[in-house]
Design a protein around this ligand. Sequence first.
Ligand SMILES: [Zn+2]
Length: 288
Amino acid sequence: MIGLHNHSSGDIFIPDEASLENALTRTTHLAIGAHSDDIEIMAYHGIVDCYGYRRKDKWFSGVTVTDGRGSSRVGPYSSCSDEEMIEIRKVEQRQAAMVGKYGAMLQLGYESSVIMEKSGQKNLKEDLFKILEQSSPEIIYTHNPADKHDTHIAVLSAAIQAMQELPEEKKPKQVLGCEVWRDLDWMPDQDKVLLDVSARENLANALVSIFDSQITGGKRYDRAAVGRRYANATFFHAEGRDKAEQLTFAMDLTPVIYDDSIKFCDYVMEYLDKFKSEVKTNIENFFK
Ligand SMILES: [Zn+2]
C-alpha cells in the first residue's frame, strides 16, 4: 500500500484486480476530481483515449476526493441518509470505472468541509503526492481555476501543490484545468487547449448516465455534459464546417508546476485580463 490517509468512506477499486502499485505505475492519464462524476464530465478525453481492448500502453485512472455526503437528494433519493448517499455514490463511481475500463479508481473519502481547512489541505496534498509519485502520469486532468464550486478549487489547490513538490522527473508533461462548474469558452481562442471528445458518444453517455443519484436526483448532467461538448465545437469556429463534432476546452496549467517563480493567481488573472481586453476592444470599435 502506498500509505494514504485513512477515511472510513474511502475506496480503492481496480477493475482488473491488479495490485494498487501496478495499477498506478501503468497509469498514463490521471484525473483528479472533487466529487464522483466530476471526472466523467471533465476528463472524458482521457477516458476515451485509453479505452479499448488492444490498447495496453495507455491507462486512465481516477481520483475522487470527497465522499458525497453533502449531495442534494430529491425524488427516490430524498429519504437517503448521508451514510446511504455515500454508499450509493461510491458504488456509482465504481461502476463508471468498470464501464470506462479505468486502470484504478481511488475514492479518498474526504468530507468536503475538511479539505477547505488547512490541515485537510495538507493531508490531501500528501495523498495526492503519493499517488502522483507512484503513477507519474503523462497528463493530468483536474478542475479549472475559474470554476465556481469552492470544493473544486480546494482540490485544485492541493493537486497543484502536490505536483509542484514532485521531483522534476516525476512531474506530468501536461496539466489541464477542465470544465465542470463553468466552461472555458471565455478564454482567448489561441489559449484554449482543445480536446476532441467526438469519439464513442455511447461511452460518454453511459459514463455520465451511471450517476443516477445525481440525474434522477434532479440534475441532468447527462444532457448538459454532452450538450456542452457539442456547443463548444460548433461555437468555436465561426467559419466553415465544424472541425470536431464535440470539444472540451481546458486551461493549460503546466507552467505553474515547473516554474516556481509563477504565482498561480497571477497566471490565471492573465487569461482573465486577455478576455477583458478582447471584449473591451470589440465594444470600443463601435461605442466611441
Ligand atoms: Zn464536483
